[in-house]
Design a protein around this ligand. Structure first.
Ligand SMILES: [Zn+2]
Length: 147
């Protein structure tokens, strides 16, 4: 059991605390830092889990990236991919849905691709989600080369 951020060895209690509250293995310092980030940005837990899932797979992503207008849950700048975790997609109103579409349109115009992932997909299919994102990144990279 080591911290996913700094590789520090974790004791039983520290490991349990981090797993119980975030679902990821973090030392006391990085656990605290993550909780401050959540408090500040209202970050969904699944965004943190996906961020570390991507990191484990060797993908360099940013958590809570400020794009000048809003904070994006996860951004992969190399291929200009923004990932938003939909926590309450089941309660999505038509107004929120059209706002999401409009946001996606604006980010496309700026060269960014936005994908929205329902939080339960991250929770139950983390490995598959990571694999699909890596596939999307490869597709985007190929398209960038083609232009
Ligand atoms: Zn750490």
């Amino acid at each position: 059991m080591t911290c996913l951020e700094c590789k520090k060895e974790l004791g039983y209690v520290d490991h349990k605390n981090a797993m119980d509250s975030l679902g990821v293995e973090l030392c006391v310092k990085h656990h605290k830092r993550m909780q401050e980030l959540i408090k500040k940005n209202d970050t969904p837990l699944e965004a943190i889990q996906l961020y570390y899932g991507l990191k484990e797979a060797g993908v360099n992503a940013m958590l809570e990236w400020w794009n000048g207008k809003k904070s994006i849950d996860i951004a992969i700048s190399r291929v200009k991919l923004n990932i938003e975790i939909d926590s309450e997609y089941d309660k999505l109103t038509e107004e929120q849905a059209i706002n999401n579409l409009e946001e996606a349109m604006h980010s496309f115009k700026n060269g960014f691709t936005t994908i929205r992932i329902p939080h339960i997909v991250v929770r139950y299919y983390l490995n598959e989600t990571v694999r699909n994102i890596i596939g999307i990144m490869e597709g985007l990279k190929a398209n960038i080369k083609a232009i």
